[in-house]
Design a binder for this molecule. Structure first.
Ligand code: PRP
Ligand code: MN
Ligand code: MG
Length: 181
C-alpha cells in the first residue's frame, strides 16, 4: 500500500476526506428517501469501493445490486455505445434507484445507463458519484449527489484504475509520470 501510493504524484483526497464526504452523501440520501426503500446500483468495477463505504454509512436498510457495462471496442468510448455484460438481478419496476459511481468523466456511461434504467419503470432514478469532471463532460447528466468536482486530470485510486491497477489505493491522486513511461 505505502509502496504503491508512492506512484501518486499528488494526493487529491485522503482516505479520511473520502470517508467524511461519503458520510455526508449517505446522510443526504437518507434524508431525501425517508420512508422509501432504496436500491443502490453500483457500476462495476470502479464503483466497488464507493458502494462498499457509502452503504456502510447508512443507518438504515439499503439494498445493493450491480451492473457491468462496457463500451464497444477500445477507442470508441466517445460513441456512447454501451453493452451490458452483467445485468441487474433486481426488477426495478416501482423501485427507487440510486446509481452509485466512482467518477463521471464524459458522462456517456451514465447518460446511457440512466435512460436504460428509466425504461424499466422505476419509481425514481438518481445518481450518486464520488467524483465528477465538469470540463470533460460531453453529455449532460442530472446528478443529485456529487462528492467532489475535480479538474480534467487522470486520477487513480479508490476504485479508479490505470490499466486495471491502483483500484485498491485508499486515497485518490494523480499518477507520477514515471508510471506511464
Ligand atoms: C470508468 C468509471 C466510470 C466511467 C466514467 O469506468 O468508473 O464508470 O469510466 O466515464 P464516462 O463518464 O466518460 O463514461 P470504466 O469504463 O473505465 O470501467 P471500470 O469501472 O471497470 O474501470
Ligand atoms: Mn466504471
Ligand atoms: Mg476504468
Amino acid at each position: 500500500e505505502k509502496h504503491v501510493e508512492g506512484d501518486l504524484v499528488n494526493v487529491l483526497y485522503t482516505e479520511e476526506q473520502i470517508q467524511n464526504r461519503l458520510a455526508e452523501l449517505a446522510a443526504a440520501i437518507e434524508r431525501d428517501y425517508e420512508g422509501k426503500e432504496i436500491l443502490l446500483v453500483g457500476v462495476l468495477k470502479g464503483a466497488v469501493m464507493v458502494m462498499a463505504d457509502l452503504a456502510r454509512h447508512f443507518g438504515r436498510h439499503v439494498e445493493m445490486d450491480w451492473m457491468a457495462i462496457s463500451s464497444y471496442g477500445s477507442g470508441t468510448k466517445s460513441s456512447g455505445v454501451v453493452r451490458i455484460l452483467k445485468d441487474l438481478d433486481t426488477d426495478i419496476n416501482g423501485r427507487h434507484v440510486v446509481v452509485v459511481e466512482d467518477i463521471i468523466d464524459t458522462g456517456l456511461t451514465l447518460s446511457w445507463l440512466v435512460s436504460n434504467l428509466a425504461s424499466r419503470g422505476p419509481a425514481s432514478v438518481e445518481i450518486c458519484t464520488l467524483l465528477r469532471k465538469p470540463e470533460a463532460q460531453q453529455m449532460s447528466v442530472d446528478v443529485k449527489y456529487v462528492g467532489y468536482d475535480i479538474p480534467n486530470e487522470f486520477v487513480v485510486g479508490y476504485g479508479l484504475d490505470f490499466n486495471e491497477k491502483y483500484r485498491n489505493l485508499r486515497s485518490i491522486g494523480t499518477l507520477a509520470p514515471h508510471v506511464y513511461s
